[in-house]
Ligand binder design. Structure first.
Ligand SMILES: C[S@@+](CC[C@H](N)C(=O)[O-])C[C@H]1O[C@@H](n2cnc3c(N)ncnc32)[C@H](O)[C@@H]1O
Length: 354
């Protein structure tokens, strides 16, 4: 029985919204299958093609492939010519799905999403106990997916748009400054900084051993391993003094962000600065109730909150902490003049001076 106070129009609107989200979520395993079989790159290279020829070229079963192609055509991720019964990728579809090294690729997002589905059991238990789930106990798809998902944005923004907003960054780094990337993960940002500033000394630290191993491998294949000091270290145990200490999309994951910021304060050279990149958020939760908030609060429930709660203090800032809370954390650590220096739809950059 439906509640008699229920507004049928509002109910229909809500049901339609759910259907849209269900349809989007239904694509997650399809996107993972297509990614792992290299179907996007193959379709991109083959051009307009029938499912039969595509299946032969891709060496997969035609019936499965055709259903997959219909699903992706229904959501406009693949283009379909009904008369010729041919499938293809438009230049935009190629950019987001087939150009792995390109600045618009978004396939990493599906890797993160799949990883989060695997996290369900552990996080469900954590809901009951209030305990955390350590980063190393997350599904490995979360580590690879995070690096892959962030890479295009770092490629476009980090060196060209974000770091130039930090007072004096370019001059100091060009003339041999020092930079530490704390919580560097696979070290893509660390590598970009080392490549952009050949005279600077660059270090990357992360609590997660396998991520540091991967960072070293990536630096090695870029011929940059001798330029970057990578070490397994948490945010309160790395050694050295630096002109800049960065926390790129990781301060909110840490159990003790105030402690991490205080430790950074003590490991900055005079006049140095901490640089934060955080997901864009407003201070009031209700101001984040939009598609970005939906995504970030969801990632945060499954990843950021469990990781933070697994560590000392367990503050669990969450991925939508907002500028006021982040600045409060930095000020508690002793920083002055903390401010947002850049903001776009997905990320904000904060600077805090010693
Ligand atoms: C979302 S990932 C971001 C990785 C990387 N900075 C990037 O932007 O791609 C968060 C990273 O923070 C690291 N991390 C979490 N807690 C940490 C801590 N207390 N000390 C050092 N690293 C930590 C994790 O291991 C993980 O690599």
């Amino acid at each position: 029985m439906l509640d008699t106070n229920l507004d049928v129009e509002k109910l229909k609107k809500l049901q339609f919204k759910i259907m849209k989200d269900v349809a989007a979520s239904a694509l997650i395993p399809l996107m993972r299958i297509g990614d792992q079989l290299g179907l996007f790159q193959k379709l991109s290279a083959l051009g307009p093609i029938t499912s039969k020829k595509f299946a032969e070229e891709a060496k997969v079963d035609e019936r499965y492939l055709r259903e997959w192609l219909y699903a992706l055509s229904a959501t406009d991720f693949v283009s379909y010519d009904g008369e010729k019964e041919e499938f293809s990728l438009s230049p935009e579809q190629k950019a987001v799905f087939a150009d792995e090294e390109g600045p618009a690729n978004m396939l990493g997002a599906y890797e993160v999403l799949a990883g989060q589905v695997y996290a369900e059991e552990k996080v469900l238990e954590a809901f009951k106990t209030g305990n955390g789930v350590a980063y190393e106990n997350a599904c490995p798809l979360c580590f690879t997916g995070t690096a892959r998902f962030f890479k295009p944005s770092y490629q476009v923004n980090l060196i060209e748009k974000w770091l130039p907003m930090i007072d004096g960054f370019g001059e100091i780094m060009k003339s041999g400054g020092s930079f530490a990337d704390v919580g560097c993960g696979h070290g893509l940002s660390t590598l970009m900084v080392a490549q952009a500033f050949p005279n600077a000394s660059v270090a990357g630290f992360d609590i997660h051993g396998p991520s540091i191993e991967e960072a070293k491998k990536l630096a090695d294949s870029a011929g940059m391993l001798d330029r970057i000091k990578y070490e397994i270290a948490d945010s309160k145990s790395y050694e050295g003094k630096f002109d800049y200490i960065a926390f790129f999309d990781c301060l909110h994951d840490m159990g003790d962000p105030v402690g991490a910021a205080k430790y950074a304060y003590d490991h900055l050279n005079k006049g140095g600065a901490v640089i934060l990149i955080e997901p864009t958020a407003n201070d009031k939760p209700e101001e984040n109730f939009n598609i970005f908030g939906q995504m970030y609060y969801s990632f945060s429930t499954m990843g950021c909150i469990p990781v933070s709660k697994s560590q000392e203090v367990g503050l669990a800032l969450g991925a939508q902490a907002g500028p006021a809370k982040l600045i409060e954390v930095l000020e508690q650590a002793g920083f002055k003049d903390c401010k947002i220096v850049k903001k776009n739809a997905t990320n904000m950059v904060l600077e805090a001076r010693k």
